[in-house]
Ligand binder design. Structure first.
Ligand code: PLP
Length: 389
């Protein structure tokens, strides 16, 4: 334990120490913490469906119909009609042939990338991709080449320079989780065609957020039918947990047989799958939820931008306010908390050193008034701490 204690001390000295704090959700955008109520501006619950009455009822009913746990892996006895229904609904929504559920988005990325990239294969990965993509690359036996964030020129150079005897796989977040920007998918597809590479897009923050009716990154660019592998999660807009991969039938059959994180893990519990099913049905029936979310994102971006924060242009509900060092991010997060706002400080290793930030996210479930008041508090605190001059 000796080295562990001293390593912990180093983490503390660097202001990088992390702790779990217990929150009690009041509704989709309010939480109680140590007896006080806060406005949540850091959740990924973009459509607020965690507290939708129909979604809650379906989850509760599933417990009575199917029990509390799946009791086995999908390939043994854990697959229920709810799992099949969600896979069908996701494949239809994403306008693809087939879909496979994983227990988390993390496991979907790790299992899929490791299954697709073997010894002679090369993975080309954006430098700001999610940690689960990075870990999938590490777990695969392929070579990984990291290209500069959203850079067509650098991706082209990497493809040209890297010899490959097997398969090439280009993998990217659709909406980047800590920056809220969108991958240049048309450029990536263009290069992929030239080099006969497979393309995989992670839609964790794109489903329910961008594209026609919230169909994600491929739809946002009008590139239907051109991306081989679309991964996403049920843990963000779909108000539950789990991951999925959609694509051609053969891809899904291959993953069922080769993705170890799918094969060797107990199926998602019926209540979770029913919640995701219910949330997807709500999204399909109420596409205006996506418009509300986008107008909230625009409102927050405009208010903070006008006050002088360096807010990059964009449409997504992920709005980073870069403050630089980890201590500054922590102080700002603490002051915001004292003002009743829960906004996480994001520090290394989640983001690069010197790029610590507050990651503000908005939800369709916020009211405009709440967002306006919150923006004013963020601006006042930014001025007081001289992050905003
Ligand atoms: C959240 C996230 C994941 C992991 O999904 P979980 O369901 O939370 O495991 C994967 N990729 C990206 C881009 C994410 O933001």
């Amino acid at each position: 334990m000796k080295n562990i204690v001293s390593e912990l001390e180093i983490i503390r000295q660097q202001n990088l120490y992390r702790q779990i704090r217990t929150c009690t959700a009041v509704d989709a955008v309010h939480a109680e913490l140590e007896g006080k109520q806060y406005l949540l501006l850091s959740a990924n619950n973009y459509l607020g469906l965690t507290h939708n009455a129909k979604v809650q009822e379906q989850a509760a009913q599933a417990v009575y119909d199917f029990g509390t746990g799946a009791g086995g892996a999908r390939l043994t006895t854990g697959s229920t009609p709810l799992h099949d229904a969600l896979e069908t609904a996701l494949a239809v929504f994403k306008e693809t042939e087939a879909c496979l559920l994983f227990n988390t988005g993390y496991m979907a990325n790790v299992g899929t990338i490791a299954a697709l990239a073997g010894k002679n294969d090369v993975i080309f990965s954006d430098e700001l991709n999610h940690a689960s993509i990075i870990d999938g690359c590490r777990l695969s036996r392929g070579k990984t080449v990291v290209y500069r964030h959203c850079s067509r020129a650098h991706l082209a150079e990497c493809l040209q320079k890297t010899p490959c005897q097997g398969r090439r796989l280009i993998v990217t977040d659709g909406v980047f989780s800590m920056d809220g920007d969108i991958a240049p998918l048309p450029d990536i597809l263009d290069l992929a065609k030239r080099y006969d590479a497979l393309v995989m897009v992670d839609d964790a923050h794109a489903l329910g957020v961008i594209g026609r009716g919230g169909r994600g990154t491929v739809s946002y660019f009008g590139l239907e039918g051109q991306v081989d592998i679309q991964m996403g999660t049920m843990s963000k807009s779909l108000a539950a947990e789990g991951g999925y991969v959609t694509g051609k039938k053969e891809l899904i059959q291959y993953l069922i047989n080769r993705a170890r994180s799918f094969i060797f893990s107990t199926a998602l519990s019926p209540a979770v799958v029913a919640a995701a099913n219910g949330a997807l049905a709500e999204l399909v029936a109420n596409p205006e939820l996506v418009q509300t979310l986008q107008s909230h994102a625009l409102l927050m971006r405009q208010m903070l931008g006008k006050a002088g924060f360096a807010i990059s242009e964009g449409v997504t509900p992920i709005i980073p306010v870069i403050v630089g060092d980890a201590q500054a991010a922590l102080s700002m997060s603490q002051s915001l908390k004292e003002a009743g706002l829960l906004i996480s400080a994001i520090r290394p290793p989640t983001v690069a050193s010197g790029a610590s930030r507050l990651r503000i996210t908005v939800s369709a479930a916020h009211s405009r008034e709440e967002l306006e008041q919150a923006a004013q508090k963020i601006i006042n605190i930014g001025r007081k701490l001289q992050i905003l001059r």
